[in-house]
Design a protein around this ligand. Structure first.
Ligand SMILES: Cc1cc2nc3c(=O)[nH]c(=O)nc-3n(C[C@H](O)[C@H](O)[C@H](O)COP(=O)(O)OP(=O)(O)OC[C@H]3O[C@@H](n4cnc5c(N)ncnc54)[C@H](O)[C@@H]3O)c2cc1C
Length: 227
């Protein structure tokens, strides 16, 4: 039997989920449902620099970073919206920055604490401490259409339809962003949360999704489809 999988939302999380599902279950019929134009989603605007604020998401962050490195190596940035940038995080709390170091210091490039001279040179009102690193950022208004194109190339169908009841889908991975709260979506639509039917989807975790990583792992096994 061909598995039918509905994914609600065509923001970064919905499109990431759809691509991962289409790759993991190539014979599935995957449909992405959305109730508004992409330009009106949360995912259209942002372009944050990679970071992992919660060390619990380190594993997801690492696979996300590897995915962006792959895209950066193999595709043009004006097509994917993925670019390599250097940035800083300042804080008066060294401990806070050391937590950042533990979470992703060895995942990104060139991670280091700035010297006092550098801090004073760079910022008009500097904090006591500052980290510098190089990592990927992705522009939502290019990255999400790129994901959508990859999905469509694998036969994923995109439909404009408002979903009113989560029981509607046979198998449904919901990633609704803020708009999903009335339907009972997990907080901010970003946590690994739901388990519908026979597909289990785990998102890249709150920070991962929040920072537009959007790598989603679809965990499936043959017995998932045994009936
Ligand atoms: C002002 C602002 C600035 C931000 N800046 C950054 C930044 O600089 N860097 C960064 O990384 N992140 C940033 N973010 C966070 C980031 O934009 C979001 O975490 C991310 O876009 C959420 O993606 P999503 O796919 O979960 O949701 P969304 O992009 O909101 O997509 C939700 C989707 O669900 C669909 N949907 C919802 N309800 C239904 C329904 N009932 N039926 C059918 N479809 C439905 C919608 O049509 C849409 O397609 C920012 C957020 C905001 C608000």
């Amino acid at each position: 039997m061909t598995p039918k999988i509905a994914i609600i939302g065509e923001g970064v999380i919905g499109c990431s989920t759809a691509l991962q599902v289409a790759q993991a279950v190539p014979d599935a019929r995957v449909t992405v449902l959305s109730d508004r134009p992409f330009e009106q989603t949360c995912s259209f605007g942002p372009a944050g620099l990679f970071r992992i604020d919660d060390i619990a998401n380190r594993e997801f962050g690492k696979s996300t970073f590897d995915w962006f490195a792959h895209l950066h190596r193999t595709e043009k940035g004006d097509k994917t919206g993925v670019k390599l940038l250097s940035g800083h995080i300042q804080s008066d709390s060294k401990e806070r920055l050391e937590q950042q170091q533990k979470a992703y210091g060895d995942i990104v490039y060139n991670f280091r604490f700035l010297e006092k001279r550098e801090i004073l040179d760079l910022f008009p009102n500097p904090s006591e401490h500052c980290i510098h690193y190089t990592a990927f950022a992705s522009e939502g208004n290019k990255y999400v259409p790129y994901l959508k194109f990859q999905c469509q190339a694998r036969g994923v169908e995109f439909l404009h339809r408002k979903v009113r009841d989560l029981e509607e889908g046979e198998q449904c991975c919901n990633r609704l962003g803020e708009a999903g709260k009335p339907l009972g979506s997990g907080n901010y639509g970003c946590r690994p949360e739901r388990y519908f039917g026979k597909i289990r989807c785990t998102a890249s975790g709150y920070e991962g999704a929040k920072n537009l990583r959007g790598v989603v792992r679809a965990q499936t096994s043959s017995e998932d489809y045994s009936d």
